[in-house]
Design a protein around this ligand. Structure first.
Ligand code: DC
Length: 231
């Protein structure tokens, strides 16, 4: 099969709120295109984990700025998914903890933290063939990405999805999850630096009533059109 791997390559930016399905969808789209998936949320989570370990609060901007300057964060793609390395240590599982999830949005609101991570993110995308998900990819990190998707879903649907992902011994009431998701949306949308907004040239895709496979297929269709245009 000729095509996606052989022709010109494009960059795909997938933005949207927490729980819209971005990472699952982005990973699958990357796999089908033979592209590399970059989960930028994982990078903000790694900084938050490092801050928690150093007892730095999410509101301590100066300390976070110094901390992030000394961190080495690497994303290593692999057959089992992406591994997140913090100063060489595999923190892939630990960055998904609630302690990190509850603080990451505030940590991500500090401009020096964002500046440092955006620099790394742009570096990954230089050679094209990247599917990157986050909040500010289409607007700020890769404004020249050939395909931009803004993936969303209702807060209720997103809370239900998060609920299903939680292990049985860590279940939290759906209402509480929905509240936390709404709080995080607000914080991501209202922050001063690179807030979560849809890029004017991003395609809006609401995944509430769609299966993951349907969402993936739509994005693959859009990417084929963009690939043809890029040739
Ligand atoms: O996608 P996620 O839930 O792993 O993201 C974690 C947090 O990081 C989320 O609250 C918003 C923030 N984030 C961001 O500010 N910019 C990005 N490009 C990606 C994530």
């Amino acid at each position: 099969m000729q095509g996606e791997r052989d022709g010109g390559r494009i960059n795909v930016a997938i933005d949207g709120p927490a729980g819209a399905g971005k990472s699952t969808v982005a990973r699958m789209v990357a796999g089908r295109l033979g592209y590399i998936y970059i989960d930028t949320g994982a990078m903000y989570r790694a900084v938050t984990l490092a801050a928690n370990r150093s007892n730095i609060g999410p509101d301590e901007g100066d300390k976070l700025s110094k901390l992030v300057a000394g961190l080495e964060i690497r994303l290593k793609p692999g057959p089992e998914g992406q591994t997140v390395l913090l100063n060489g240590e595999d923190v892939t599982a630990e960055i998904r903890s609630r302690e990190v999830t509850l603080r990451v949005s505030e940590v991500a609101s500090h401009e020096p933290v964002r500046r440092r991570l955006v620099e790394l993110q742009r570096h990954y995308a230089v050679e094209k063939g990247i599917v990157m998900d986050g909040r500010d990819i289409g607007t700020h990190v890769l404004p020249g990405a050939e395909l931009k998707i803004f993936l969303t879903a209702s807060a209720r649907v997103r809370a239900l999805r998060r609920f299903e992902e939680l292990p049985d011994d860590q279940k939290i009431p759906i209402e509480q999850l929905e509240q936390e998701i709404a709080d995080r949306d607000r914080s991501d949308e209202q922050r001063e630096h690179s807030p979560l907004v849809r890029a004017s040239d991003a395609i809006l895709l609401d995944s509430s009533g769609l299966t993951i496979e349907q969402v993936v297929q739509r994005i693959l269709d859009f990417s084929r059109t963009k690939l043809a245009e890029a040739k």
